[in-house]
Design a protein around this ligand. Structure first.
Ligand SMILES: *Cc1c(COP(=O)(O)O)cnc(C)c1O
Length: 431
């Protein structure tokens, strides 16, 4: 079935799947298999030699995963995608599929905590340097680029205060220096933003969050726009023969598949040899979530905005950050890059500081105290006593994480129940 011209809600249900020809099953079958029977020796040789594309082993590909990848590529307007074991492995593979020791990345500093640690502490152990710059100053990105830079990295809606970058301006800087722009768009999902339409080359998601939508599993995906020219010699991994795969030069030897050099290399090198593959059951579960993404995400946005407005007028709240509130520092860029709404994350400060924030967390009903976001259920976290407690007060302050900051992932409950729960807990926290 051609789904090329269909719109978002239709693609979320249909893209990438034709009913299984063998069984006519309407649902996407879960292919619980590690391996696939080759038709004959020649077929096997062709598959291994990349003369023919097909299933070899589930660490490298799986038919359930394949539907998920095609659906995500369609929803993001990309050329192809690769699903992985986690959002974390999707971020990691996106970097090491471009950079090797001695190379550099210029990244926004308002990152998901795990990504920040990877960039700040882990990548340097492999000789890859990440230069952090302010997410809201495109000129800062340009100033940090040098002859060793190989990629530019941002998040659509960042941490901790939900800053929205000027994707188009940063993409223009990357393009001018012939560098790929990688965008982690987890907090936006493709329902709110398609970074490729604004100049991104690679889009990363944690499927664990709103795409899966029910807090039931871990997964990630990388979408390749297929629009970056890797033949520039500075991308050594694409221009030198790969001893790990038949001496192939990914920028030169893929023929008509050459626009997919990035995503093919990611499958053939990091995925095949480092192994962060997604389980077929999880791939199925994320497809199940994506079918209702537009409906759920709309409710997350509606509830998120309503909660943000409610908190902004609450006596026990000192400040609120939500990109959809007029006056928010990101209101302008959010209006430019987000459609349908502003997402389900709301961040605010409780009057009374650290102690009041902790009391709020301990007394609130309905909001679950967990280290996750993007569940159908509402979630709450106090970063300075949990996820960021290892940082010194000075480090917390410099990353915008003040002691009174509370993070909400607003779920799909009735909005009046959410407001009531917040109101009761805020009053108790203050008492
Ligand atoms: C959760 C998250 C990740 C990491 O994804 P996992 O699936 O938990 O490994 C990366 N980036 C963002 C923005 C996230 O929210």
């Amino acid at each position: 079935m051609s789904t090329q011209k269909h719109r978002f809600e239709t693609l979320a249900l249909h893209a990438g799947q034709d009913p299984d020809p063998a069984t006519t099953a309407r649902g996407v079958p879960v292919h619980r298999t590690s391996s696939y029977a080759f038709r004959n020796a020649e077929h096997a040789a062709n598959l291994f030699g990349l003369k023919e594309l097909g299933n070899i082993y589930t660490r490298i590909m799986n038919p359930t995963q394949d539907v998920l990848e095609k659906r995500m590529a369609a929803l993001e307007g990309g050329a192809a995608a690769l699903a992985l074991a986690s959002g974390t492995s999707a971020v990691y593979y996106s970097i090491i599929n471009i950079c090797r020791a001695g190379d550099e990345v210029v990244s926004a500093n308002n990152l998901y905590g795990g990504t920040y640690t990877m960039f700040d502490s882990i990548l340097p152990q492999f000789g890859i340097t990440v230069r952090f710059v302010d997410h809201d100053k495109p000129v800062g990105f340009e100033a940090a680029i040098n002859e060793r830079t190989r990629a530019v990295y941002i998040e659509t809606i960042g941490n901790p205060v939900l800053g929205v970058s000027d994707i188009g301006a940063i993409a223009a800087v990357a393009r001018k220096h012939h560098l790929p722009l990688i965008v982690d768009s987890t907090f936006a999902t493709p329902y709110l933003c398609n970074p490729i339409a604004h100049g991104a080359n690679i889009v990363v998601h944690s499927l664990t969050k709103w795409l899966g939508g029910h807090g039931t599993g871990i997964g990630g995906v990388v979408v390749d726009a297929g629009n970056f020219d890797w033949t520039d010699e500075k991308f050594a991994l694409y221009n030198e023969p790969d001893a790990g795969y038949h001496g192939i030069r990914y920028a030169h030897d893929l023929g008509e598949l050459s626009p997919l050099a990035f995503v093919l290399r990611m499958r053939l090198v990091p995925l095949r040899n480092l192994g962060a593959c997604i389980a077929p059951d999880n791939a199925w579960m994320f497809l199940q979530g994506i079918e209702t993404l537009p409906l759920r995400m709309q409710r997350h946005c509606d509830n998120g905005l309503a909660v943000a407005r409610f908190l902004a007028s609450h006596e026990q709240v000192s400040w609120v950050r939500y990109p959809g509130l007029p006056g928010d520092p990101s209101y302008g860029t959010a209006g430019k890059y987000l459609r349908n709404g502003f997402g389900g994350m709301v961040v605010f400060g409780v009057k009374g500081g650290y102690d009041s924030a902790v009391r709020l967390i301990d007394t609130i009903g309905l909001f679950s105290h967990v280290a996750n976001v993007g569940d159908a259920k509402s979630l709450i976290l106090h970063p300075s006593s949990t996820s960021h407690s290892q940082l010194s007060p000075e480090q917390q302050k410099s990353s915008g994480l003040t002691p009174e900051l509370v993070r909400l992932s607003v779920g799909l409950e009735n909005i009046d129940d959410l407001k009531e729960a917040l109101d009761v807990a805020l009053k108790k926290a203050h008492a």
